[in-house]
Design a protein around this ligand. Structure first.
Ligand code: SAH
Ligand code: SF4
Ligand code: F3S
Length: 469
C-alpha cells in the first residue's frame, strides 16, 4: 500500500528526470468484461481517461456506456473545488448499492482526488469496498494495480506522492477523430495559494520536444485537424529542461507540422512573452484564441493569491495581445470570495472585466482546499455575499459575451465541423476564435473546415449558414 503524503508532494527538486517507456505484460484480465469511466475535471483528466481506456482495452475490456451494467467502474476524479469532490463521493455512494447487489463489480478511483491525504483516509475508513486507488503519477501502472485487485479481490492503494519520470508510449484511445489533446508539460510549480493542483499533479515537467513533435506528426498522418497542447501552465514549457527551447520555439515547430489548427491551454500571464505573441500572430494555423486566467482585478487579492502580476500588468499584456494578434479572442477564469475579499476588491474585478470585455469567462466561488496556503487565511465573507458577487459578475461577463458575438454577425468565419447537434438537425463546430456555432449542412462536412457566415448571435453560441462562395 502506498498512501499520499503532502510533505513529499510539496517538495520540488532540480533532479533531472529520465524518460521511461510504457510496457505491459499483464494480458487478458479483462477478457469478456466491460468497463465504464466517469471523468471529472479538466482536459488533463479527459486526456488521462483516453490513456486509461486504451490500457483497459489492451487488457481485453470493452467500453460500456452504461455504468449500471459494467464489470469495472472507474472514477477519474478532480479536486479543484468542493463540488467536484462531492460529485465523486456521490457517485461512490451509488456504486456502493450496486456492489451490494453484485459483489463481482470492480470499483476504482484515480485522478487528482487520489493524491489527497484526506480522501484516501476516508476511503480506507468508510469505503473499504473500493477495489483500487491509483494516483496521477502512476497512471502507467494501471494494468499491474488492476491485476492485483482482480486476483486478490482486496483493496489496492498505490499513490506515489512524488512525481516520477516522464513515461512515453502509454497507449491512447482518442474520443475524437478530428481533435486531439497532446500533453506538453505536466505538473505546476506556481503554488497559487488557493490551488491544489501543485499537490495533485506534482512538479513542473516538460516532455521532450522530439516526443511532442512525433506525436503531432502522427496525428497529421491520421488526418487530425486540430491539436490542443496541454499543461497547467503551458508557457513555462521547457524551463525545467534548460535547453534554451521554450513555448515560442515549440509553437513554431508544431506549426510547421502543418496540422490545420493549434490551440493551447492554459497560459499563465506571468510567463507570456512578446515572442509568443509574435509567433501566434505569424502562423496562420495557431488559432487566435487565448485562455488567460486573471482570477481577480484587485492587486491586494492578486498578491494574496500569489499570482505574481498586478491588474496593470495584466491589462498591459491583454492590450498587447489585442493589438498584435489579428482578430484574437481572449477568455479568462475569475474567482470571487477569496478569503478577505472586500466589496472594493470585488469592484476592482468588475472594473477589469469592463475594461477587457472578455469573449468568455469561467467564474467560480472560492473553495477552500485541503493543505493549500489560502486555507489558513481568515475568511469573513458570508456564503450569501459570495453568491451575490458571483451573480453580479456573471451579469456583466454575460453581457460582453453577447456583445462580442453580436459584432460578428455578417462575418464569414472558418469552422471545424464536429458533428450533428443534439437539439436540432444541425451541424455544430467551433470557429477559429473558439466560438460554438450551429448551421445547416450535410453530414459529409463533419471533420472538415468550412466557411460559415454568421447570421445571429446568442450569449454562448452563434448561428450561421454555409458560405460556399
Ligand atoms: N492552471 C490554470 C488553471 C487551473 S484550475 C491557471 O493557472 O490558470 C482552473 C481554474 O479553477 C483556475 O483558473 C481558477 O479560476 C479555478 N480554481 C482553482 N482553484 C480554485 C479554488 N480553490 N476555488 C475556486 N476556484 C478555483
Ligand atoms: Fe493552480 Fe496556479 Fe498552477 Fe494554475 S498556475 S494550476 S492556478 S497553482
Ligand atoms: Fe481537477 Fe486535477 Fe484538472 S484538480 S482541474 S482534474 S488537474
Amino acid at each position: 500500500m502506498n498512501l499520499p503524503d503532502y510533505v513529499e508532494a510539496r517538495k520540488r527538486t532540480k533532479q533531472k528526470l529520465a524518460i521511461e517507456h510504457y510496457s505491459n505484460d499483464v494480458k487478458e484480465i479483462g477478457k469478456g468484461k466491460t468497463y465504464h469511466i466517469k471523468t471529472y475535471g479538466c482536459q488533463m483528466n479527459e486526456h488521462d481517461s483516453e490513456n486509461i481506456k486504451a490500457m483497459l482495452e489492451e487488457l481485453g475490456f470493452t467500453n460500456n456506456d452504461d455504468y449500471l451494467t459494467s464489470d469495472l467502474v472507474l472514477l477519474n476524479t478532480c479536486s479543484i473545488r468542493e463540488n467536484a469532490h462531492n460529485k465523486a463521493f456521490g457517485m461512490l455512494g451509488r456504486l456502493k448499492h450496486l456492489k451490494e447487489k453484485n459483489p463481482n463489480l470492480i470499483v476504482g478511483l484515480c485522478g487528482c482526488m487520489a493524491q489527497e491525504e484526506g480522501v484516501v483516509k476516508e476511503i480506507l475508513e468508510k469505503y473499504k469496498w473500493v477495489n483500487f486507488v491509483f494516483g496521477t503519477h502512476n497512471l502507467h501502472r494501471l494494468p499491474y494495480i488492476l491485476k492485483e485487485a482482480v486476483e486478490k479481490n482486496t483493496s489496492e492503494i498505490e499513490v506515489f506522492s512524488k512525481e516520477g519520470n516522464i513515461v512515453e508510449g502509454i497507449p491512447v484511445k482518442r474520443d475524437s477523430k478530428y481533435k486531439a489533446f497532446v500533453n506538453i508539460i505536466y505538473g505546476c510549480d506556481k503554488f497559487c495559494t488557493y490551488c491544489i493542483v501543485p499537490f495533485t499533479r506534482g512538479g513542473q515537467r516538460s516532455r521532450l520536444k522530439e516526443d511532442i513533435i512525433k506525436e503531432v506528426e502522427g496525428l497529421v498522418k491520421d488526418g487530425y485537424m486540430e491539436v490542443t497542447l496541454l499543461g497547467q501552465n503551458v508557457n513555462a514549457y521547457g524551463k525545467d529542461l534548460d535547453l534554451g527551447y521554450g513555448m515560442e520555439e515549440l509553437l513554431e515547430e508544431v506549426s510547421k507540422t502543418n496540422i490545420p489548427r493549434i490551440r493551447f491551454v492554459t497560459s499563465h500571464p506571468w510567463d507570456f512573452t512578446d515572442k509568443m505573441i509574435e509567433v501566434i500572430s505569424k502562423y496562420k494555423n495557431i488559432m487566435p484564441a487565448i485562455h488567460l486566467p486573471v482570477q481577480s482585478g484587485s492587486n491586494r487579492i492578486l498578491k494574496l493569491m500569489g499570482r505574481r502580476y498586478t491588474k496593470e500588468d495584466y491589462l498591459t499584456l491583454f492590450n498587447k495581445m489585442k493589438e498584435r494578434i489579428p482578430n484574437v479572442s481572449i477568455s479568462t477564469d475569475i474567482i470571487v470570495g477569496f478569503p478577505g475579499e472586500t466589496e472594493e476588491d470585488f469592484l476592482e474585478t468588475l472594473d477589469l472585466v469592463n475594461k477587457c470585455k472578455f469573449d468568455n469567462a469561467f467564474t467560480f466561488i472560492y473553495s477552500k482546499r485541503e493543505n493549500t496556503a489560502a486555507a489558513r487565511l481568515q475568511d469573513d465573507t458570508s456564503e450569501e455575499e459570495k453568491e451575490e458577487r458571483l451573480y453580479r459578475l456573471n451579469e456583466v461577463v454575460n453581457k460582453y459575451f453577447l456583445e462580442n458575438n453580436q459584432k460578428l454577425v455578417g462575418k464569414v468565419v472558418p469552422v471545424l465541423v464536429e458533428g450533428v447537434s443534439d437539439k436540432k438537425n444541425e451541424l455544430y463546430g467551433y470557429t477559429d476564435t473558439n466560438k460554438l456555432i450551429n448551421f445547416m449542412g450535410a453530414e459529409s462536412y463533419i471533420g472538415k473546415i468550412v466557411n460559415v457566415k454568421i447570421t445571429s448571435a446568442k450569449t454562448w453560441s452563434l448561428d450561421g449558414e454555409l458560405d460556399e462562395g
